[in-house]
Design a protein around this ligand. Structure first.
Ligand SMILES: [Zn+2]
Length: 301
């Protein structure tokens, strides 16, 4: 018996075809997702789409590649003339195929869940702070920096159990006073975990911690939990009561735009002690550092 059994012949053809289809499907999912992102004109809509769909679509894409690897493992030894009828080896190979596919999918899933959010964060930030253009006039709008620490409560969800705060980004057209408000769901935004450094910190619960005399919420506490290292954090935020038109009075207040700065680098030259470099993540930190800076006291970084 030197011929492959008809069953094995059909099996190998199926495995090859399946692997090609799975790879093609994986690439297709990746391309279709990116095409959809590219076709969304509105920056905020683009942000929302990427935030809610990207990781899921990329997972599907990698699952396809995982499946392809599982199928390819089932081609192992197909050229050897000894293994031409189905035996125990055949089922052992299926087992390794399934194990290989699972391993690849699992590793991809971990990367997308824990490592990828850091890259995603950069991408989302870009669309969130990309200067808006007033659709009515074509003027470039300015992002108000007021009340950065304040949060708003969602009108639709004021019942106690389902409070979830929202961040308002207010864009203003300084020439006409037109205001464009964009709402970002606080619990859908991943923050950087101070413990593990991944962008996997999300709000798990929010509670009203202080109220005005009339019972309206004054301050809430957001409870965060890191999805990776399970680190916990709680931060209090004052609740802003400003709504749409209130922001129009900020038309002429020219606050500085410092929101989308990622790093501030300070270089200090001294004839005696040479050059020193310092890095900060915000202007405020750098400012504070400069105010307190003393060449004799500061250690070499
Ligand atoms: Zn963490």
């Amino acid at each position: 018996m030197n011929e492959l059994s008809p069953f094995l012949q059909a099996w190998y053809i199926t495995m090859k075809a399946g692997a090609i289809i799975a790879v093609a499907l994986g690439i297709l999912i990746f391309l279709v997702h990116n095409l959809r992102v590219a076709l969304i004109q509105d920056f905020k809509a683009k942000y929302d789409y990427i935030n809610t769909h990207e990781v899921q679509w990329y997972k599907w894409s990698f699952y396809c590649f995982g499946a392809a690897i599982g199928l390819l493992i089932n081609l192992y030894g197909s050229g050897e003339r000894v293994l031409n009828v189905v035996g125990v080896w055949f089922f052992v190979r299926i087992f390794f195929g399934v194990a290989g596919a699972t391993l690849v999918s699992y590793v991809a899933k971990l990367i997308l869940q824990y490592y990828y959010p850091t890259k995603l964060h950069e991408k989302l930030k870009k669309w969130r702070y990309m200067p808006r253009v007033n659709p009515k006039t074509g003027n470039r709008m300015r992002l108000l920096a007021e009340d950065e620490e304040d949060v708003h409560l969602d009108e639709g969800a004021k019942s106690e159990e389902s409070i979830f705060s929202i961040d308002y980004d207010v864009w203003i057209d300084d020439k006409t006073g037109d205001v464009q408000i964009e709402k970002y769901q606080g619990h859908l935004t991943a923050l950087r975990c101070n413990n593990c450094g991944f962008y996997t910190m999300k709000v798990v619960m929010e509670e009203v911690s202080q109220r005005f005399e009339d019972g309206a919420p004054k301050e809430i506490i957001k409870h965060y939990k890191c999805e990776y290292c399970k680190n916990l954090r709680a931060t209090a935020f004052p609740i802003s009561r400003k709504e749409g038109d209130d922001f129009k009075k900020y038309k002429d207040s020219h606050k500085r735009n410092t929101r989308n700065i990622d790093a501030v680098r300070i270089e200090i030259h001294s004839v005696l002690s040479g050059k020193r470099y310092y890095e900060f993540s915000t202007i405020e930190q750098a400012q504070k550092f400069l105010e307190e800076f003393d060449l004799d006291k500061s250690p070499k970084p």
